[in-house]
Design a binder for this molecule. Sequence first.
Ligand SMILES: [Zn+2]
Length: 259
Amino acid sequence: MPLVETEALVLRTYNLAEADKIVVCLSRAAGLIRGVAKGCRKLRNRYGAAFEPFTLVNLSYYQKENQELVSFRHAEILKSNFNLSSDPETLSGLAYMGDLVVEFSPPYQANENLFRMVKACLEAVAETPEDLSWVLRYFEIWLLKLEGFLPDVKRCADCHRALVGENVFLTPDHSFHCRSCSSGGAHSLSKKVHAQLLAMLKLGPGSFAVASRETPVQANRELAQLTQQMIARVLEREMRTRPSYVPPRFGASPEDARY
Ligand SMILES: [Zn+2]
C-alpha cells in the first residue's frame, strides 16, 4: 500500500459519524480523490484547518486496493482561502466551480492541466474577488476545453475559415460557423462574446478578468447563457455513456494559454 504525496485542492467535505469528514479533493497526482479524514472535526486534530473547502494543501494518503476512499495521513496547508468564504457570492461561485470539477472529472485520473487551471482560477478569485463572474466564465470554457468538449471557436466547423473578426453563427449542436456555412437553425453570436472566447484561450484567468472589466455586463450574460447550455448538453448527453477519459478533440495553437 504505497503512500501518495501530492498537492491538492479541497473541493467539498461531508460530515461522517461524530468526528470524521469525507473530503473530496482535486489532486495533482491522481485527479479527483475522495477520502476519510478521521477525527477531523475534533477541536484538536492533526489536520487543523487543512480540510476546509478551497484550501490548497500538501497531502499524503494511502489507497487500499479496491477501495474507493483513500485514508489521509497528513495534510499541510499551502494556502488557506478561508477568508473567501465570508462573502456569500464568492462562496457560491467557488462551490459551483468545485461542483463542475466533480461532475466533469473521472476519479483517480491525473489531469495536470486541469489541476493547474483550477488552481489559477482560484488564485485569480482570491486576488480580486470582484472579478468573480469573469473568472467563472473563463473556468467554464477551460473546463470544457480540457475535458475535450469545447468546439473549435477559431474556425468554421464546415469550411475551416478563420472566424476572427467575422460574423459568427452558432448551430444548435454548439458548433461555430461562418455566415455562408450557417444553416437555418443557427443564431448569430455577438462579436463581443466571440472576442471574449478568443481572449480566454490566450490569457490567464486574472489577466482575462482585468481585460474584461470594461466589457458590458450584457456580454457576460450572453456568455454565461452559452457556457451553461454547453455544460448542460455535455452533462445530459455524455455523463451516462462517456468513456473514463476523453482526449481533447482540438489541439492548442502556439499562442494559446497553457495549462
Ligand atoms: Zn464556413
